[in-house]
Design a protein around this ligand. Structure first.
Ligand code: PAF
Length: 281
């Protein structure tokens, strides 16, 4: 696996890779969910590039930027074992040199739910992914469904700004008890980890209640009742899968979404619901 750390090295490296080139942007701390993303990228592309960059622009001042897990050597081994062709691992100065002030704001799709709790988060995500797409110039961008609102934000940016890249959304990978894989699961205590799958169970209960004809308010109550007593619910909603706007019931492709605090750790999860396709994940 070849590694680039500067933008110039990255451009030369990625330009030489066989096409179509699939690209998986990450913040490292790679787990089995990322490996699944890589597998999807490998199935759909002649070569696969990955970035590892903990992007300061997407963290709020009181968030976990400083303590976000970083282990580039372990990530490099995981990527090499998975057969990834090229890794881009820039430092902050390479991505944001002195004087860097531009940002990408996609508007309403990034202003609700996670955008309320984390006001500059999606601007930071859109800005770094825009820059990464200019450097890597992939044919296909692979994103995990786990961060459903992020997928909507990035698809909107790509459509509005005419980035010449296709987007593939890869279904969420779960632990055997249903917990969605996430780098932040590492922050959970043993007790919180045992209760964390209740977020997934709450979403399944909400989806089933809606399918039985319950109102959204009733389905929301059922989700909250299913969530562990140890957790503090933040939101449960049904949103349009394109615009991420709340809807009453999933008549069109939708996400049933939820967020809850398990101690100091805030987890998010979602289920994709298509009228003609009921996902189990
Ligand atoms: O999902 C993530 O890991 C990050 O938000 C991303 C897309 C790599 C941008 O920093």
């Amino acid at each position: 696996m070849q590694i680039a750390t500067t933008l110039a090295e990255a451009r030369a490296l990625f330009d030489a890779l066989p096409r179509p080139l699939g690209f998986v942007p990450t913040m490292g701390a790679l787990h089995a969910g990322h490996v699944q993303l890589l597998r999807s990228a490998q199935r759909g592309s002649a070569s696969v590039a990955v970035s590892v960059f903990v992007n300061p622009l997407q963290f709020g001042p009181s968030e976990d930027y400083a303590k976000y897990p970083r282990d580039l050597e372990a990530d490099r081994r995981t990527l090499a074992q998975a057969g990834v062709d090229a890794l881009f691992a820039p430092d902050t100065a390479a991505m944001y040199p002195p004087g860097f002030t531009t940002s990408v704001d996609v508007g309403p799709v990034g202003a609700t739910f996670e955008g309320v709790v984390r006001p500059h988060h999606f601007r930071g995500v859109a800005t770094v992914v825009a820059k990464l797409l200019h450097v890597v110039r992939p044919d296909v961008l692979y994103l995990g469904q786990k961060d459903a609102q992020q997928t909507c934000v990035l698809r909107k940016m790509i459509a509005d700004l005419e980035f010449p890249v296709a987007v593939e959304i890869v279904p969420t990978i779960r632990e055997s008890d249903g917990l969605a894989m996430s780098s932040r699961n590492a922050y959970l205590s043993a007790e919180q980890r045992a209760e964390a799958p209740s977020l997934y169970r709450a979403l399944v209960a909400m989806r089933e209640a809606l399918a039985r004809g319950a109102s959204k308010a009733e389905a929301n109550d059922i989700a909250r009742a299913t969530l562990s007593r140890l957790a503090m619910p933040d939101y449960f909603e049904v949103v349009d899968a394109e615009s991420f706007e709340p809807i009453e019931r999933p008549a069109l492709p939708a996400f049933v979404i939820g967020a809850a605090h398990f101690g100091a750790t805030r987890l998010i999860d979602n289920l994709y619901v298509a009228p003609d396709r009921r996902e189990t994940a």
